[in-house]
Design a protein. Structure first.
Length: 291
C-alpha cells in the first residue's frame, strides 16, 4: 500500500510539473503575441520558420499558413539572398551564440523596410542546436529621419560652400567652418565641375572663415589641391594667418608645394599673374588689363 501511495504522489508531481510547463508556454505565447514592436519568430536548425506571430504578420504581410515552413531568406533582398548572407548569419549565430544585422528587408508585397534583426542560437542542455530565435524590429521611421537629416545637412553644406567666378579664368571658394570627409568630397566635385565648365586655370580657396586647422582638415586641403592640379588648374590658398601657419608647422603639415597667401587680395594678385593679367594702379583706383 505504501508503494502505491509513493507512485501516486510521483504521478501527481509529474502532472503538476507538466501543467506548470504548459502554463509557462501559454504565458510565453501570450507575451510573444502581445508584443507588436518586435516580430518574434522561431526557426529550425536549417533556418526554416516553425512559428509565426501577429507582429510578424503585421510587419511582413504573411499569414502563418503562408509562411511557416519556408526559409527566413524570403525576407532578404535579392542581393543578400544570392550573396549567401543568410547562411552566414546562421553560422555566426551558431559560432558566437547570436548574430545581429541592420539593413533592408522585404515584405510580402515587395516593399522594403529598414530592420534590425537578431538571430539567437537555441541549444539544449547537451549543447545540441535545436533551432534559432529571430527577433525583427522595424526601424523605417528612424531610417527616414536619418536620411532627412542627412539631406538637410547636405543642403546646408551646399549653402556654406559657395563657388563664384570673380574674374574670367578665376574661381573663388570662400570656406566657412570645418572641413570633414563629406564636405571635402562635395567641395572637390563642385569645384572640379566648375573649373572644367568655365575652363578656369585658377582656383582661389580662401580659409579665412576656417576657425582652426587640424591634421584632418589640412589633409583634406592637400587632397583638394591635388585634384585641381590633375585637371590642369592651379590653386592659390588664401587666408593663411600667422596662427594657422604656426599650427601647420607644429602639425608637420607640408604645404610648401602649394601657393599660399595671407589675404584674399594678395592671392588675387597671384591669380592675375597666372592668367597673365597685369594690375595697374591709376590714382586711387586699380585696373586689371591683359599683358
Amino acid at each position: 500500500m505504501a508503494k502505491e501511495g509513493v507512485g501516486t504522489a510521483e504521478a501527481q508531481t509529474d502532472k503538476a510539473g507538466k501543467l506548470r510547463a504548459e502554463s509557462d508556454l501559454d504565458m510565453l505565447r501570450i507575451l510573444v503575441d502581445s508584443i507588436m514592436e518586435y516580430a518574434i519568430i522561431m526557426l529550425d536548425p536549417n533556418g526554416n520558420m516553425v512559428s509565426w506571430s501577429p507582429a510578424a504578420e503585421r510587419l511582413k504581410g504573411y499569414s502563418a499558413a503562408e509562411i511557416v515552413g519556408k526559409h527566413f531568406s524570403i525576407f532578404s533582398t535579392t542581393e543578400d539572398a544570392t550573396s549567401g548572407k543568410t547562411d552566414s548569419e546562421l553560422k555566426t549565430a551558431v559560432a558566437k551564440g547570436r548574430s545581429e544585422d541592420e539593413g533592408w528587408r522585404v515584405r510580402k508585397d515587395g516593399s522594403k523596410f529598414w530592420a534590425n534583426v537578431v538571430l539567437t542560437a537555441l541549444l539544449d542542455a547537451e549543447g545540441t542546436l535545436k533551432g534559432f530565435g529571430m527577433v525583427t524590429r522595424d526601424l523605417s521611421q528612424r531610417k527616414e529621419s536619418e536620411e532627412r537629416i542627412k539631406g538637410q545637412a547636405k543642403e546646408i553644406l551646399e549653402m556654406a560652400t559657395v563657388i563664384v567666378q570673380v574674374w574670367d579664368g578665376i574661381i573663388l571658394v570662400p570656406l566657412i567652418g570645418m572641413l570633414d570627409s563629406d564636405r571635402t568630397q562635395q567641395l572637390m566635385e563642385r569645384l572640379l565641375h566648375r573649373l572644367t565648365e568655365t575652363n578656369s586655370p585658377v582656383a582661389l580657396i580662401d580659409i579665412t572663415g576656417v576657425p582652426t586647422i587640424d591634421t584632418q582638415t589640412a589633409q583634406h586641403l592637400i587632397e583638394t589641391i591635388k585634384a585641381v592640379r590633375y585637371i590642369g588648374s592651379e590653386v592659390v590658398l588664401t587666408g593663411v594667418r600667422p596662427a594657422i601657419a604656426q599650427t601647420l608647422v607644429h602639425l608637420g603639415i607640408d604645404l610648401s608645394g602649394a601657393t599660399t597667401r595671407s589675404s584674399l587680395t594678395a592671392g588675387l594678385r597671384v591669380a592675375f599673374e597666372i592668367i597673365n593679367i597685369h594690375v595697374a594702379r591709376e590714382g586711387a583706383q586699380g585696373a586689371a588689363v591683359g599683358k
